[in-house]
Design a binder for this molecule. Structure first.
Ligand code: 13P
Length: 341
């Protein structure tokens, strides 16, 4: 393990006011989003869409790293340039999703465990050779009656730590993503309690498995009430709950925290990231940024809708949403011009 290389990559990913773009939707997730907008669900349209993203002019001003999917890392533009080469040329570090999805956990109804450790060491070596310098593994935790169980949390934490150790061995910075889902009626306080418990368990496992915390990035959920919870607190309350949860559970040696958006609207995700910076910049020991998929891509996808004539407009929207989040990282985002929904 070359910890110096890992540290430099992690620092570059978190530098300045930039953040990450998650464009690593699996084939089925990407198809689902296409289906909702009437876009053909085939490899060529997924390729066209990813070409729209990587060639968007100015994306590199807000994005330090882009997370790709296995299909995408091997794809090229219509004129034959590999997407990964375009990203590298723009100074955007390529990353790769390496988990193989969350599947129902045997014996634990309603809970999931993430697959993908089999053959991972070899896949990581291959991705490194292709130019990837960081990776992502997502675990999902659901809040509902009687869940999450301790066993589900422990299992997912163990898997995340095994993945992270293998990444560091291969020279890739692991993005460790334990996502507590927004679905459900749970309160902000319940989400805070579960998120804290999950993070403690994850960092305990990372320590047990000798993962160097200076060469990793945490990708957590914001602390939010369930989407169907009748009480939806204001932005400052959410910012306070989220950062206090991390101050109690994320070691200061971790270089950065990069949020997933989890189904929040694009504007709300930016507004909340902004509030965290306004209220906590002076005391946060880690860099705090974004690693959004839907909150950057969805408005652009809705403009594109598979139509070549909308590419330029969709690219403008994509770059605009990415830039909104860099502004939020500086604590200067004002949503007044937009409708916060
Ligand atoms: P969202 O921002 O859409 O939640 O996606 C982030 C991600 O990478 C999920 O694994």
């Amino acid at each position: 393990m070359n910890i110096q290389e890992l540290k430099v990559t992690a620092q570059r990913l978190m530098a300045g006011d930039k953040g990450l773009l998650a464009m690593d939707e699996s084939t089925s997730t990407c198809n689902k989003r296409f289906e909702a907008l009437g876009i053909p669900q085939n490899e060529e349209y997924r390729r066209k869409y990813r070409e729209l993203i990587v060639t968007a002019p100015g994306l590199e001003n807000s994005i330090s790293g882009a997370i790709l999917f296995d299909e995408t890392i091997k794809q090229s533009t219509a004129d034959g340039t590999l997407f990964i080469d375009i990203l590298i040329k723009k100074g955007i570090i390529p990353g790769i999703k390496v988990d193989e999805g969350a599947v129902p956990m045997a014996g634990f109804p309603g809970e999931k465990a993430t697959e993908g450790l089999d053959g991972l060491r070899q896949r990581l070596t291959d991705y490194y050779q292709r130019g990837a310098r960081f990776a992502k593994w997502r675990a999902v935790i659901t809040i509902d009656e009687g869940i999450p169980t301790d066993t589900c949390i422990k299992t997912n934490a163990h898997l995340l730590a095994r993945y992270a150790a293998l990444c560091q061995e291969a020279g890739l910075v692991p993005i460790v993503e334990p996502e507590v889902l927004m679905d459900g009626t749970h309160t902000l306080e319940q989400c805070a309690g579960v998120t804290k418990k999950v993070l403690h368990k994850v960092f305990n496992e990372l320590y047990q498995q000798r993962v160097d915390l200076e060469g990793m990035i945490l990708k957590p959920n914001m602390v939010l009430p369930g989407l169907d919870c009748p009480v939806q607190p204001d932005t400052d309350t959410i910012a306070d709950a989220t950062i206090n949860c991390f101050l109690e559970s994320v070691p200061a040696t971790v270089p950065g925290i990069a949020f997933l958006s989890g189904g929040q609207s694009a504007t709300l995700a930016s507004v909340r990231l902004n509030a965290m910076h306004v209220r906590f910049d002076a005391i946060m020991p880690w860099a705090l940024t974004f690693s959004f998929s839907r909150a950057i891509q969805q408005p652009a996808l809705e403009i594109w809708k598979g139509n070549d004539q909308h590419i330029a407009e969709a690219q403008k929207e994509l770059v605009y949403r990415a830039a909104c989040n860099t502004t939020a990282r500086r604590g200067e985002y004002r949503a007044d011009a937009e409708t916060v929904v």
